[in-house]
Design a protein around this ligand. Structure first.
Ligand code: GLA
Length: 663
């Protein structure tokens, strides 16, 4: 079965009918049907309209919307409407509004302002979720539940007194005793020893750097506090409508929430992705986030929101050139999405998002935007058979939120230039350009299905992580500044890479971060010259560890830079271009790109089930040297193609389905 009971791929967007007179709804559903829309997300910000006073509901308008949509064959991803608490709740209970790290309680007048730990807020959301579930449990348009909206957007954490109480409860469960907390937080440093739980507070704005262990627990807690909000609503929905899938929309590669634990709590992973058309690396970053979404539950996911053209929340909101909306949408499908959805259906006339693009723009149906919306709907229908198919990746990049949070603690690291997203991209980008399928994986997972595993950074590394990596039989690469601290952010005895020392056969004596603009040469034993930036290390090898590359010049001259013990490679620096190392690892692992060598620079190649997506992000035609033999049909055009090279037009794509060979 697909993500929902709707056959084929999903196509649609956020629909905010409460912003429009009812006559407009008629035109909306007519045009949706014309565009092939089969799913819309409704009621995301409707709490104040659905519950205008405590316990008093006005469902009439939403009933009419759902009936109308259903009558036109359009299903609904129905929000529980709890994303923005209504004014009456905020004014009668000001404590539901969040407080920032500086102690300021944030005002009403925007959206998604709530304290995740507020029992009043949670109870009110659960009451509304129950009312929604009971009202619409049997509505034939209901295809999926959408809880809240983009958790951690606007408010990722709240520093109020209620949150402090909740934080203490969370800490008591984790550390058991105050002694345990003092030990884990290393409070002997800087005179922070606590003698009573009431003295423990969130890491509010302080005169200097806050305790990084406290901050790490705070980030864990803040992710869990929001997850508890999600789970409270989910429990009600599952009780009333056990068969309706439940989701909440993720925000791509987001630091604030541990999406491994979040994904486990939902039925369907959905994502909101807004690659910046002005960013030359937009497609690579998007591909990374899509592969993360596919990996979270190892099943198809859904692009629930994307921009048809410009967004409205960047300093400069560059629109998408003709054809780019289509190409970016096909890219999400190539990476495992079972549909293409947008924010939003009809462009707003008022509010902060009135200049955000929409499927149906201010100018109406006589516009390029609308023509592209119609054409994309037709393309999505042509690709219906892709729904539900999966991707087999032989390479995994490790991503661990604890480690990410620890690595990016402010004001206490050897360099604040190590940013996990950049480190992931530094490996993801060259894999992507080679057409190699990549999964993301948490470090403790069974990795035996992969041939190559890359940990760009594992700053926080437990014995469990190390054991999982040691048990992995394939090629492994561990990046610099890994194995540094334990789960409490305390440095491993004997130095890095801590529990990975035996596996990697190295010991780091000294971190040597490089100032901005300074480079360090690294020469491999095969003669390749790499240029490192940002980070180097003084490394010792032990026993049978082989040196694959050495630093050249400077204080590290002649010292090991890249090492190997068995199938485990350690990289102590950050090469600008790790290609020579990567190519050796791929060869050793026996991994090739899905089209083999020679993929043109601007072309992205992804295999999904039997389908081969070739996406040309460039502005010139590009030819992909596919082997002769199997013939294909391009699902987008119905065109039969013989085996051999395939030319893809500028900003165009083909979706190739192998044709059965005649005996
Ligand atoms: C996010 C939100 C939407 C909207 C869009 C605009 O995805 O969920 O409500 O604000 O951003 O890009």
């Amino acid at each position: 079965m697909g993500l929902t009971r709707i056959p084929g791929l999903l196509f649609g967007g956020d629909y905010n009918p409460e912003q429009w007179p009812e006559e407009v709804w008629q035109e909306d559903v007519r045009l949706m049907a014309e565009a092939g829309v089969n799913l819309v997300t409704v009621a995301v910000f409707s709490w104040s309209r659905l519950e205008p006073a405590p316990g008093v509901y006005d469902f009439g308008w939403l009933d009419r919307v759902l009936d109308l949509l259903h009558a036109h064959g359009i299903a609904v991803d129905l929000a529980t409407a709890t994303a923005t608490p209504p004014p009456w709740l905020v004014r009668t209970h000001p404590e539901v509004q969040p407080v920032d790290a500086g102690g300021t309680r944030l005002e009403f007048g925007s959206r998604q302002g709530y304290c995740p730990s507020s029992p009043v807020f949670r109870a009110a959301t659960v009451r509304l979720a129950r009312a929604m579930a009971e009202r619409y449990r049997a509505h034939p348009a209901l295809a999926m539940w959408h809880i809240s909206n983009e958790y951690a957007d606007h408010t990722a954490e709240c520093y109020c007194a209620e949150s402090a109480r909740d934080f203490r409860r969370w800490l008591q469960a984790r550390h058991r005793s105050l002694d345990g907390l003092n030990a884990a937080w290393g409070t002997s440093c800087w005179g922070q020893h606590y003698t009573d739980w009431t003295q423990v507070e969130p890491p509010r704005k302080a005169p200097g750097p806050v305790n990084p262990a406290q901050l790490l627990d705070w980030r864990r807690f803040s992710s869990d506090a929001l997850l508890a909000c999600f789970e409270a609503e989910r429990a009600v929905l599952k009780e009333v409508t056990p068969d309706v899938p439940v989701t909440t929309n993720f925000m791509s590669v987001l630091r604030d929430l541990d999406y491994w634990s979040w994904a486990a709590a939902e039925d369907v992973v959905t994502d909101d992705a807004y690659p910046d058309p002005a960013d030359p690396r937009a497609e690579v970053k998007a591909a990374l986030s899509y592969d993360l979404m596919r990996s979270l539950k190892r099943q198809p996911w859904l692009l629930l929101e994307s921009a048809p053209s410009a967004v409205s929340w960047r300093a400069v909101n560059v629109p998408k050139d003709p054809g780019v909306m289509r190409l970016h949408s096909l890219q999400a499908l190539a990476h495992g999405s079972d549909g293409v959805m947008f924010f939003q259906w009809r462009q707003a006339r008022y509010g902060p998002e009135k200049f955000h693009s929409a499927m149906l723009p201010h100018g109406g149906t006589g516009t390029r935007q609308w023509r592209e919306t119609l054409a994309l709907g037709a393309d999505v229908r042509r690709l219906a058979e892709v729904a539900g198919t999966t991707t087999a990746a032989e390479v995994a990049l490790l991503l661990d939120w604890d480690s990410w949070w620890g690595l990016e603690a402010p004001e206490s690291m050897p360099s604040d230039r190590l940013r996990l997203h950049d480190l992931l991209l530094s490996w993801y980008a060259p894999l992507h350009s080679r057409g190699v399928a990549v999964d993301l994986a948490p470090p403790g997972r069974d990795l035996s299905g992969y041939r190559l595993v890359i940990a760009p950074n594992l700053y926080l590394c437990t014995a469990g992580h190390a054991a999982a990596l040691a048990a992995f039989p394939g090629q492994l690469l561990v990046g610099p500044f890994s194995g540094v601290v334990d789960a409490a952010d305390q440095v491993h005895d004997g130095g890095a890479p801590g529990p990975l020392r035996e596996l990697l056969g190295v010991r780091v004596e000294e971190w040597r971060p490089l100032p901005d603009g300074v480079t360090q040469e690294v020469l491999t034993t095969t003669g390749a010259l790499l240029t490192a930036r940002t980070w180097t290390e003084w490394l010792d090898t032990c026993g049978d560890t082989e040196v694959l590359a050495r630093y050249r010049g400077g204080p590290l001259h002649g010292r090991p830079a890249v090492t190997r013990r068995g199938a485990a490679t350690y990289l102590s620096c950050l090469p600008e271009d790790p290609s020579p190392l990567l190519d050796d690892l791929l060869a050793a692992a026996g991994v090739t790109g899905v089209t083999g060598p020679g993929l043109p620079a601007d072309v992205e190649a992804c295999r999904r089930g039997p389908y081969l997506f070739l996406l040309n992000h460039g502005t010139d035609p590009a030819t992909v040297p596919l082997p002769a033999g199997t013939g294909f049909t391009d699902l987008l055009t119905g065109r039969p193609l013989p085996g051999g090279p395939v030319t893809v037009g500028p900003r165009d794509a083909v979706v190739l389905k192998p044709r059965p060979t005649t005996p």
